[in-house]
Design a protein around this ligand. Structure first.
Ligand SMILES: Nc1ncnc2c1ncn2[C@@H]1O[C@H](COP(=O)(O)OP(=O)(O)OP(=O)(O)O)[C@@H](O)[C@H]1O
Length: 381
């Protein structure tokens, strides 16, 4: 891997509040940093520069260690010439202020604005000031709601700044925590494949013009912090990360440290299992594409019944069809997918509903799946 050194004279941004971590020493120390170089090499290995040399990359930056490191790494790489390729791409920082933590949230926002100014790159800000778009039953602090707001902003900012990529700073530790969470909550093969290293930002235009990429997904969280400390770059610490009422924080702060007392290498070990599952999953996905081409038509979804449908491939295909139709899969458990497979392999005629007011009619050689019209919904009858 080609060596790149960090050439910026960036000391810690000012307003290093108590919660900002890292050294604020002389940035000259970053020029020979081994941890930092390890991070650059990992990033280039996961996301070879040829893929993004010519385009804009929007970095989702919370102000936390992972995304501050990602911003600094991409900025360094984007200014250098590696393997004879000189880049003409650019980076933009984007920060979404959920406004849930008062002064602390404002501090995070100011920190990111200041970092962008020091790097000399554009910075886009989003705020959550209108609770009007809350879905019934959800609260402003719902993780799913916060995420959907943040992603909508990131896609909009990418469009406005001409960026093709949206880079997020999930680490290996994030991936392992996510899969453990899925496992304990109940999940199928897709949930065990963890966070996708890259995916289109949506299924339809204009969202499918953007690619969400996570180039630090194989990197340990501790290495990121060590690298930042080495180059004297501060970051913000989110005080809510220690609140173990949140399931993810409990997994991070209590469960994994306990597991590590017996199995010190548990995180890389689970990481390898996730990688194999992802590879297996991509084979199944290819077969699911073929399954859809030969057994399904869309709008409405009409599926051909056969006794020999393979359950793994069929469920993967059904999940793809759900996604393409823009239907929520949140309330669809493994037993619901299984129920659909049973309808496809059986010969009996029957009808039932699935979560999301989805109507399933199995009749003759076909199974038809569609959203129930409003006037036929039980809850509104
Ligand atoms: N407020 C924010 N503004 C901009 N980007 C953010 C913000 N919060 C998080 N991100 C980006 O998303 C990445 C993942 O953050 P986090 O783990 O908190 O999110 P998550 O809720 O688990 O999201 P995901 O659905 O992507 O897993 C961060 O490393 C960063 O790149």
């Amino acid at each position: 891997m080609s060596a790149i050194v960090n050439d910026l004279d960036l000391n810690s941004p000012p307003d290093d509040s108590d919660r900002s971590q890292g050294e604020s020493g002389n940035a000259a120390s970053d020029t020979r940093s081994s941890k930092w170089q390890e991070l650059i090499d990992s990033l280039l290995g996961a996301w070879p520069t040829q893929r993004w040399a010519e385009v804009g990359v929007l970095v989702g930056c919370s102000g936390g260690a992972d995304s501050v490191a990602l911003a600094r790494l991409l900025h360094t790489i984007s200014r250098e010439s590696v393997d004879g390729i000189s880049r003409r791409g650019f980076i933009v920082l984007a920060h979404f202020d959920h406004g849930l933590r008062g002064d602390e949230s404002r501090g995070d926002r100011d920190f990111v604005v200041d970092l962008a100014a020091r790097l000399g790159v554009d910075c886009r800000l989003g705020t959550s000031d209108s609770p009007d778009d809350l879905e019934a039953g959800s609260t402003r602090a719902d993780e799913a709601y916060l995420r959907s707001q943040r992603y909508a902003f990131l896609k909009q900012a990418a469009g406005q700044t001409g960026c093709r990529y949206i880079a997020l700073a999930h680490s290996l530790d994030d991936n392992v925590e996510t899969v453990l969470h899925h496992l304990m909550r109940g999940t199928g093969p897709a949930g065990l494949a963890g966070i996708a290293p890259a995916r289109e930002a949506g299924t339809r235009p204009p969202e499918n013009d953007f690619v969400i990429t996570r180039p630090l997904l194989s990197v340990r969280r501790q290495l990121i912090r060590d690298g930042l400390s080495e180059i004297g770059q501060a970051w913000r610490e989110d005080s809510s990360n220690t609140d173990t009422d949140y399931q993810r924080n409990w997994i991070r702060g209590e469960l994994l440290p306990l597991m590590q007392t017996r199995f010190p290498e548990v995180i890389p070990a689970i990481g390898r299992a996730i990688d194999s599952q992802r590879q297996w999953r991509s084979v199944i996905d290819q077969q699911a594409d073929q399954w859809i081409a030969s057994h399904a038509s869309i709008d409405p979804i009409v599926l051909q019944r056969r006794a020999d449908h393979d359950p793994s491939v069929t469920i993967a295909a059904l999940q793809m069809l759900w996604k393409q139709s823009g239907w929520s899969r949140t309330a669809m458990g493994q037993r619901h997918w299984q129920q659909l497979v049973e309808s496809l392999v059986s010969t009996s005629n029957h009808r039932y509903s699935l979560p999301g007011e989805i109507d399933v009619l199995a009749e003759g050689d076909l199974v038809t799946v569609k959203v129930l019209p409003r006037d036929q919904r039980r809850s509104e009858a």
